[in-house]
Design a protein around this ligand. Structure first.
Ligand code: ADP
Ligand code: MG
Length: 356
C-alpha cells in the first residue's frame, strides 16, 4: 500500500476533562492535494490544524508525515508553513522584509533571499513591491503578502486557518480563486480551514465537514453536495427541506405531506427516518385541477417567490410544512397559487432518525 503524504490516525484532544475538541479523527492527504476543513464555529477545525502543525499536543493518536511519525516533533522541525488569520504581518517591516522573514531564519544569503522574495511576489502578482510599507497595502494585498511569506521557505505542507476571514465578501470571492490558482501553480499540498461552504467548495479538491470534533463526511465538493452524509451536513450546506417520516408497509416513506420513494436502499418497515427533499431545479406546476398528491409529489400553496435571475426561490406551504424550491428562470408564480411539485427519486434522500 502506498504511504500517504500526511496520515492522521485516531487523533484526540480535549482542553478539559469532559469535552473533546477533536475526537478520534482519521485523515489522509495526498501530495499536491488541497483539503478544506469545513464546519461551524467550535467544531474543532482550528484545534485539528494546530495538532497537525504541532502547536498542540494530542491526548491520543498519531500524525505521520511522509512515513515518519511526527506526533512529538516540535512545530519548527516539521517544515510546515502556516497562514493564520491572527498570524499578522510585521507592520513595521516592509513587504520584502516580511516575505523574506522565513528565509532569514533559514540562514540564506542576502542575494538568494532577494531573488526568492522577488519570485514569491511575482507569484502573488505583487511584483516589485518589496519596499512598500505594509500599512500602504489594501486588505487583499496584505493577504497576498502573507501567502508569499508562508510559501517563501518552500514548506512541504501549508496550513491555512480562515486566511480570508477578515475580508469583505466581494474581495473574498476573488481571493479564494486566486489562492487556489497560486497553490496549484506551485503544486502545494495544503489544509485550508473555513466555516464558509462556498469558500471550501471553491478552494478544496476535497472537503472534510466537521461537527463537534469529528469529521462527519469527507469527499469532493460534488460528492458531498450530491449526497450529504447526515442531516447536519445537509443543513450546513443550506438544504432546508428536512422532514420526519416513517417507512410504511409498502416501503415508501410516509410523511405529513405525502408518500415518497427515494433512490437507494430503504430501511425496514416502521423505521423512523428524516427525509431530505433537494430543492434543485424543481418543476413547480400549477395544476389544472388539484389531483390528490401521489408518490413523490407535493401539493401546496406558494408562500413567497424571490426572483434571483437564473432561478427563483419559492417557499411552498404544504400541510404546515414550509419547503424551499429553486425553479429555473421566472416560474410566473404568485403567493397563494396552488401548485404541485413532482420530484424525481434522486431529489430525495433518507436518513435513519438516529443520525443528527
Ligand atoms: P473551530 O476552529 O472549528 O471554531 P476550535 O478548534 O477553535 O473550533 O474549538 C473547538 C472546541 O475547543 C470549542 O469548544 C472551543 O471552545 C474549545 N477550545 C478551543 N481552544 C481552546 C483552548 N485553548 N482552551 C480551552 N478550550 C478551547
Ligand atoms: Mg477556528
Amino acid at each position: 500500500m502506498p504511504i500517504a503524504f500526511l496520515e492522521v490516525d485516531r487523533i484526540g484532544k480535549s482542553y478539559d476533562a469532559t469535552v473533546y475538541a477533536v475526537r478520534d479523527v482519521d485523515l489522509s492527504l495526498e501530495r499536491g492535494e488541497i483539503l478544506c476543513l469545513l464546519g461551524p464555529s467550535g467544531s474543532g477545525k482550528t484545534t485539528l490544524l494546530r495538532l497537525i502543525a504541532g502547536l498542540e499536543q494530542p491526548d491520543r493518536g498519531t500524525i505521520t508525515f511522509e512515513g515518519r511519525d511526527v506526533t512529538a516533533t516540535p512545530p519548527h522541525e516539521r517544515g510546515f508553513g502556516m497562514m493564520f488569520q491572527d498570524f499578522a504581518l510585521f507592520p513595521h517591516r516592509n513587504v520584502g522584509e516580511n516575505v523574506g522573514f522565513g528565509l532569514r531564519m533559514q540562514g540564506l544569503a542576502a542575494g538568494d533571499i532577494a531573488g526568492r522574495v522577488a519570485e514569491m511576489l511575482a507569484l502573488v502578482e505583487l511584483d516589485g513591491l518589496e519596499a512598500r510599507e505594509i500599512s500602504q497595502l489594501s486588505g487583499g494585498e496584505q493577504q497576498r503578502v502573507a501567502l508569499a511569506r508562508a510559501l517563501a521557505p518552500g514548506p512541504r505542507l501549508l496550513l491555512l486557518d480562515e486566511p480570508l476571514g477578515a475580508l469583505d465578501r466581494a474581495l473574498r470571492e476573488r481571493l479564494m480563486l486566486d489562492l487556489r490558482t497560486i497553490l496549484k501553480r506551485v503544486d502545494m499540498t495544503a489544509i485550508y480551514v473555513t466555516h464558509d461552504q462556498t469558500e471550501a467548495f471553491a478552494v478544496g479538491d476535497r472537503v472534510a465537514v466537521m461537527n463537534a470534533g469529528e469529521i462527519v463526511q469527507i469527499g469532493t465538493p460534488q460528492a458531498i453536495y450530491e449526497r450529504p452524509a447526515t442531516p447536519f451536513v445537509a443543513r450546513f450546506l443550506g438544504f432546508r427541506n428536512l422532514i420526519s417520516g416513517m417507512i410504511s408497509d409498502d416501503g415508501t416513506v410516509k410523511t405529513l405531506i405525502g408518500y415518497f420513494l427515494p433512490e437507494g436502499p430503504i430501511p425496514p418497515v416502521g423505521e423512523e427516518v428524516t427525509l431530505l427533499i433537494k430543492p434543485v431545479m424543481a418543476r413547480v406546476e400549477v395544476p389544472p385541477d388539484l389531483l390528490p398528491s401521489d408518490v413523490n409529489s407535493i401539493n401546496g400553496v406558494v408562500d413567497t417567490v424571490t426572483f434571483r435571475g437564473r432561478f427563483s426561490q419559492i417557499w411552498v406551504l404544504s400541510r404546515g410544512e414550509r419547503l424551499l424550491f429553486d425553479a429555473p428562470g421566472d416560474p410566473r408564480l404568485h403567493p397563494g397559487d396552488e401548485v404541485r411539485i413532482p420530484l424525481l427519486p434522486d431529489q430525495l434522500q433518507i436518513y435513519e432518525s438516529s443520525l443528527q
